[in-house]
Design a protein. Structure first.
Length: 348
């Protein structure tokens, strides 16, 4: 593939590329920081379109209602000024006592004005049809924009994870088996309080509901340790991982183990947070269409199911179909922030 053009990048933001083009472009985005910057610049330039609400649905009878409205007003008197040929000032067309002129008279008043109500209806129909096409495209762009910005977050988290593993004998942040810190979202306090991640905003997907909470802060170890009730601890755990889920580790010979960085290209390390309400556990961060996944080798990809390939490991459940620690080292299980690898500790 040749170097991406601006049109291709815009097409990517609008979701207008076919699968092969999108995959080729995403491959280049993963390896080219300058290309990612250009994509973000284009995304910023399209930001005014974000004023359209993503949950807006076009009425099914929009074209009919628009045509009827235009027809109604076209049959009413209209105040018109026109410029006579050879005269340098605007003069009123001969009008009725209210200063209005019927549309039919307007057609005779000037050779340069030939609008009929049927012409206006046709124009309105074209405009309404364009709206039917444009509004879904704007919604698609908003979804795609969220996907791109979220991917950037996960790449930054991947860098932090890699640095952590380099300093800890190749292991990623552990999820304690039991206790107040025993939940998948503990990765965020670990990375932040140990200096591997300097910007807490990276743990919040821009397309998630949590992004609307301007006062959100990642709980500290002290806050978790000092939780005085089960309700308070539950509240802190639920949001401590931000908008993302994290791999909980696995069981080996009856012992709970932390995930080691083996740079596996198909091992899911993090993703948009799964939703326990949905039967398939799919994230709702991107309209429920899928989730971004950070793989152990550092690359990020958007997938539309909880399997990276047909027949591959389901990264939202273990080999037993449970949301719990994996059954072996290659059994990735990404869980929501408050999910423990074993039953949580209850506090009276």
């Amino acid at each position: 593939m040749t170097d991406p053009t601006r049109e291709q990048l815009i097409g990517y933001l609008l979701g207008a590329l076919d699968d092969d083009e999108r995959e080729d472009l995403e491959s280049q985005l993963n390896s080219d920081p300058e290309l990612r910057k250009e994509l973000l610049r284009l995304d910023w330039s399209l930001a005014p379109l974000d004023q359209v609400q993503s949950n807006f649905e076009v009425p099914s009878d929009l074209v009919r209602r628009t045509c009827e409205l235009v027809q109604f007003h076209a049959q009413q008197p209209a105040a018109i000024l026109h410029r006579k040929e050879g005269v340098g000032r605007a003069e009123e067309v001969e009008s009725n006592s209210d200063g209005f002129v019927p549309l039919g008279d307007l057609q005779k008043s000037d050779q340069g004005v030939r609008f009929r109500w049927v012409d206006l209806i046709a124009a309105a129909a074209v405009a309404a049809t364009a709206a039917l096409l444009i509004i879904p495209a704007v919604h698609s762009r908003k979804i795609q924009s969220g996907v791109v910005l979220c991917q950037n977050n996960l790449r930054q988290l991947g860098v932090a994870m890699a640095h952590y593993s380099q300093k800890h004998n190749g292991y990623f942040p552990p999820v304690p088996g039991r206790g107040k810190l025993a939940a998948a979202g503990i990765y965020a306090p670990v990375l932040l309080e140990n200096g591997f991640l300097t910007d807490p905003s990276y743990v919040v997907c821009p397309a998630s509901i949590l992004a609307e909470n301007r006062g959100y802060k990642v709980p500290t170890f002290a806050q978790l340790a000092n939780a005085r009730s089960s309700a308070e601890l539950s509240r802190l755990r639920k949001t401590m991982g931000g908008s993302y889920g994290y791999c909980m580790g696995y069981m080996q010979e009856g012992q709970y183990r932390t995930t080691k960085n083996l740079r596996r290209p198909n091992f899911a390390l993090m993703s948009d947070m799964p939703n326990g309400v949905r039967p398939d556990l799919q994230s709702v961060n991107h309209g429920g269409d899928g989730q971004n996944v950070l793989f152990e080798d550092g690359h990020v990809r958007f997938v539309t199911s909880s399997q990276t390939n047909v027949g591959s490991d389901d990264f939202f459940t273990n080999d037993d179909g449970l949301v719990a620690a994996g059954r072996h080292k290659d059994d990735s299980v990404i869980a929501a922030s408050d999910t423990p690898p074993s039953p949580p500790l209850l506090i009276d």
